[in-house]
Design a protein around this ligand. Structure first.
Ligand SMILES: [Zn+2]
Length: 255
């Protein structure tokens, strides 16, 4: 990075469309954009975007879909941004502290794993729902993204049987220690197992199994920050990977 040459003039058709996950200040005036395409996450070096006069500043807004032209001559591990256009800005995401914080968590998590078309479209659906003030739908997509991440991390909960004995009867709650549903015999409240009623257990089961075309059927359930926070807690506990923004989100949800 230290030897980057100044950008040339127009380089033409080398371009990529994607969702802006995050933007980091880099050196005095530059920035690093993490851009998600349906099949990859790209790191984009954006020269000078911290300057007020930079025309590319508007390309570096999280929660937007952009097309970026990059210079292949200087692109190696990072794409060297030339210019681009904002295809769709979901700026309303930053108007709500809660949604901004949920989005920051999801964006950080997505960057830890492989990008898939499913994550791509669910993330944009989450942004869109926030903009349309469809809060329940927005949280459904946020919870759905959390499940997709847990699946990639290999720690998604067992929702088909008691995770200890494999029996499907008398499911009493959910256990982080055991990795999923637990039956009456294996439920242990003292180690933090949660007693959930049948409706909530079923809701989680459907969420884990839902395929994308069927997601809208889940909208009749109530999806909220508490459900999302439960899934984030599950992630942190089962992967032992800390999430910086989680305690802030908890302070917003449970003041
Ligand atoms: Zn059991």
């Amino acid at each position: 990075m230290a030897n980057l040459v100044l950008p040339a003039d127009k380089a033409g058709q080398h371009r990529i469309e994607g969702l802006v996950l995050s933007v980091m200040d880099y050196r005095e005036n530059d920035g690093i954009i993490k851009l998600a395409a349906p099949d990859r996450i790209c790191t984009v070096f954006a020269r000078g975007i911290q300057k007020e006069t930079s025309k590319n500043r508007r390309l570096a807004m999280p929660a937007s879909r952009v097309i970026l032209n990059y210079d292949p001559q200087y692109s190696s591990s990072m794409l060297y941004l030339i210019n681009g256009s904002v295809e769709k800005s979901y700026w309303q995401v930053s108007q709500s502290l809660e949604m901004q914080s949920v989005n920051a968590l999801l964006s950080a998590l997505i960057q830890r794993y492989e990008m898939t078309p499913e994550i791509y479209s669910d993330l944009e659906a989450f942004w869109k729902a926030v903009c349309e003030k469809q809060e329940n739908r927005a949280m459904l997509y946020a919870c759905r993204l959390a499940i997709l991440i847990l699946k990639q991390a290999g720690t998604v909960m067992d929702v088909d049987e008691c995770a200890v004995c494999g029996i499907q009867k008398n499911i009493a709650g959910i256990s982080m220690n055991s990795g999923g549903f637990v039956c009456l015999d294996h439920f242990d409240g003292e180690t933090g197992d949660l007693k959930w009623d049948k409706a909530r257990l079923r809701q989680l089961r459907w969420l884990v199994h839902a395929s994308r075309p069927n997601l809208e059927k889940l909208e009749s359930f109530r999806w909220d920050l508490d459900f999302f926070i439960f899934l984030m807690d599950w992630y942190v506990f089962t992967t032992d990977m800390p999430l910086q923004a989680l305690s802030f989100l908890k302070s917003l949800a449970r003041p």
